[in-house]
Design a protein around this ligand. Sequence first.
Ligand code: PLP
Length: 359
Amino acid sequence: MSVVLHVDGDRWRAHLREVAARRPGLVPVIKGNGYGFGNARLARKAGWLGAEAVAVGTYDEVPDVAPRYDGDLVVLTPWRPFAPEVPASLSTRVVHTVGRLEDLAALLATETRPRVILERMTSMKRHGFTARGLREATSLIAAHRGGPGVTVEGTSIHLPLGHGEDNLKEADRLLTDVVAAGLAQADDRGPAQVWVSHLSADALATLAGRYPEVRFRPRAGTELWLGERGALRVTAQVLDSHPVERGETFGYRGRAIPRNGTLLVVSGGTAHGIGLEAPSGDLGLKARVGTLARGGLDAVGMARSPYTVGGKLRYFAEPPHMQASMLFLPSGTQVPAVGDEVELRVRFTATAFDRVEIS
Ligand SMILES: *Cc1c(COP(=O)(O)O)cnc(C)c1O
């Protein structure tokens, strides 16, 4: 049956407002599975928050977000000649990310005057211009003054996760390249914009002090949508339970159960993104002997599951099925009733929930 994401609505919305207040110019990121909530819902929430712009991951995500949110739509995946075409009705709202001179040249040759953000490569080494490439990009744009050209909406830097003080240093260093490329000055459309991710509010305040002419646009997905974990709870349901004795066979592969206990069938499987967790600990012989001596189920070939029953994480009796999973409860465990809820830990960005219930 169902795997449900339960959201404490008051607490979640208070958190969203708090992040928006703490991060002026916030750009909510709406991509993938919508951080578990779904992109359509997040699009409406971004409007409710008063965001001037949102960022989607890909061009394919634009149609889901555009009808539910009125502002600008930045596409984070850099534009390529093979990018899906943006419908003409959205061409004034979509902002392309550009990180290669040949792509910029192609956009400069279109008649629609696309809006672009020039991405500066960071230590991530994913996409973007070098310092020199960024200067060449602005020269190329200047050389096209006579034609339809592009509208530059700023520069982008995408920093690695969790590097605290290092990210501030790196951002500061990259901003000198932005200045050198002439992208840090206000023009008749307003202040220069620098779109950033994974910089703390403090780091941004420091940068804002150093570059008072720049308007920073912090992009946030995880911090915004998933930053208040206490407001989120994931449940599945007990669908069946069967007492089993050691040696009895069960499951798709007719394996013999290694201990007495109960097979607990719960909702949730590979279709929800529930996969085998890595078997606990390492598989070295010594470790195996250790778990064997303690009676650990990993020693008999079972893998830990993300499901909690009776306050403990349980083992899969066999790998998850498409919409259900078989857990093993050792004898002596209190067996929950059919219909009872069990909690599970998931990666929100990798889980397809059957339902999202916001109180
Ligand atoms: C996904 C993404 C983000 C948001 O990342 P979170 O860690 O979820 O906040 C920001 N910028 C870029 C370029 C991204 O691809």
